[in-house]
Each structure stands twice: as structure tokens, then as C-alpha cells.
Design a protein around this ligand. Structure first.
Ligand code: FPP
Length: 254
């Protein structure tokens, strides 16, 4: 039986702008409060025993936003790295980035790389930020990588398996998310982890991201506990407190 606490929780953090508007604030103020929620949810995930937390912080499509907003978001990330990353590393977290890091400014890239390096030997919660991320681009990139291996004769096309494909994605070393949370009530996946969430449970809350407190996160985990997971089979697998239910990365499906 799967564990009651999902190993990997992925989150589409949405609604900063709408929340700010509702409060009579500027959109950027919504993003500022959004960062506080990021910190809170990282702590909550750690305490609850989640092993991987993947946060959709900036999509490839988000570059189309007004220049001032993009610059503000990049600035927020930079300040976050300056002020908070030491604490994250001290708390035994591994810091990780998925997405096209090359799209980001040189200084930001350097800070992200340093944070990843500094946390590499930690053993606690793996916090992954998706930055300039597009799942379709990730899948294409994996196809190109495998096609190159085929053309070099390293593998036959008939030998390509789901496992090999998974290992060519940015998330190569992670298990698939068992739970995907989306805030602000939108019923969309928005080009996030399309391959990896094939069997994930979806939790969509009307709360805007700045309202998504620890209590809301705990509610999502509670809701997950009550789910019956089928993995395409006919007999449901009840999510339980059993500790022997951990499924291997992408494995265990029948
Ligand atoms: C969605 O709200 C949120 C984003 C595009 C950015 C998410 C980023 C943060 C919470 C800050 C991340 C920073 C760090 C340091 C991890 P929206 O602007 O799309 O809101 P709307 O849909 O209401 O307009």
C-alpha cells in the first residue's frame, strides 16, 4: 500500500496577482507574500516527512509577462537565495533546479549553481524550483538526448523503456509526484511535469497561493490519505499509514 504521506509533492503556485488585486495591492506585493508561503510550505513539508517538494516558480511562458514583473520576480528569487538559502542548507535540505537555467541572468545562475553545490551532500527534503520550465521542452530535450544515443549506436530504439525515458528528464533522480497541488482553483496543468504526473493525485484548492498556509498544506495531505489509487488497475489501492508501501521511482505499476 502506498504511504500516507506522499514522497513527492509538486505544487503549481497560482493566484498571487488575483490575491493582491482582491486586497487592493499591487501584483508584485502578491509575489512577496507568495515567497513567505514558499518558506512556510518548505518547513511544513519537512516536518511532515515529505521527501521531495517541487515548486513551479517560473514557467517558460512567464517570460511573456511585463518586463517589470519579470524583473521583480527574478529579484525576489535572488534575494531569497541571498537571505534564506543558508537556512535551507543548514536544515539538511537539498536545493535543486529544473528548467532552462541558461535563460536566467548570469548572476542568478551562479547563485543557483552555488546553492545546488552547497546542498549536494544533504540528506533531507529535496526542494526543487522549476524555473523557466516547460514540460514539453523537457520531453523534447529527452527525445533529442535519446535520439543522439541511438544514432551513436549506444542503444537500440526498440530498447527504449519508460525508465530510460524518465532518466533523461530533468527529474531523473526523483520519484514521480504522488500528489500535485494547484492553488487558485484553475483546472489546468499548465505544462508542468506532464510525463511525471501520469498517476499523481490532483488536489485543486480555490485558495490563492498567498493564502496557502501550512494548515492548507496539511489539508491537502489529509485529503491525499483518503484517496484510493488504482494505477490503471481495477482494484483500488488505499493510501495508508503502512511504511512498506514506498514505490520505486516510476516503478511498481502493474
Ligand atoms: C502565480 O501567480 C505565481 C507565479 C507566476 C510566480 C510564483 C512565484 C512565487 C510564489 C515566488 C517564487 C519565489 C521564490 C523565491 C521561490 P500569478 O502571478 O500567476 O497570479 P494570477 O494568476 O492571479 O495572476
Amino acid at each position: 500500500m502506498p504511504n500516507a504521506i506522499p514522497q513527492h509533492v509538486a505544487v503549481i503556485m497560482d493566484g498571487n496577482g488575483r490575491w493582491a488585486k482582491k486586497q487592493g495591492l499591487l501584483r508584485i506585493q502578491g509575489h512577496e507574500v507568495g515567497v513567505q508561503r514558499v518558506e512556510e510550505i518548505i518547513k511544513a513539508a519537512q516536518e511532515k516527512g515529505v521527501r521531495y517538494l517541487t515548486l513551479y516558480a517560473f514557467s517558460k511562458e512567464n517570460w511573456r509577462r511585463p518586463k517589470e514583473e519579470v524583473e521583480f520576480l527574478m529579484g525576489l528569487l535572488s534575494v531569497y537565495l541571498d537571505k534564506k538559502i543558508k537556512e535551507l542548507i543548514k536544515n539538511n535540505c537539498v536545493f535543486n533546479v529544473i528548467g532552462e537555467m541558461g535563460d536566467l541572468g548570469a548572476t542568478l545562475q551562479k547563485k543557483l549553481t552555488e546553492a545546488m553545490e552547497a546542498s549536494r551532500n544533504n540528506t533531507g527534503l529535496v526542494v526543487t524550483l522549476a524555473l523557466s520550465y516547460s514540460s514539453r521542452r523537457e520531453i523534447l530535450r529527452a527525445c533529442q538526448k535519446i535520439a543522439d544515443e541511438v544514432s551513436r549506436g549506444e542503444i537500440k530504439s526498440s530498447e527504449i523503456t519508460e525508465e530510460i525515458f524518465s532518466r533523461s528528464l530533468y527529474t531523473a533522480d526523483m520519484p514521480d509526484p504522488e500528489l500535485l497541488i494547484r492553488t487558485s482553483g484553475e483546472m489546468r496543468i499548465s505544462n508542468f511535469l506532464l510525463w511525471q504526473i501520469s498517476y499523481a493525485e490532483l488536489y485543486i484548492t480555490p485558495k490563492f497561493w498567498p493564502e496557502f498556509t501550512r494548515d492548507e498544506f496539511e489539508k491537502a495531505l489529509e485529503d491525499y490519505k483518503g484517496r484510493e489509487r488504482r494505477f490503471g488497475d481495477t482494484c483500488p489501492v488505499k493510501v495508508s499509514n503502512s511504511s512498506n508501501g514506498t514505490r520505486a521511482a516510476n516503478g511498481g505499476r502493474t
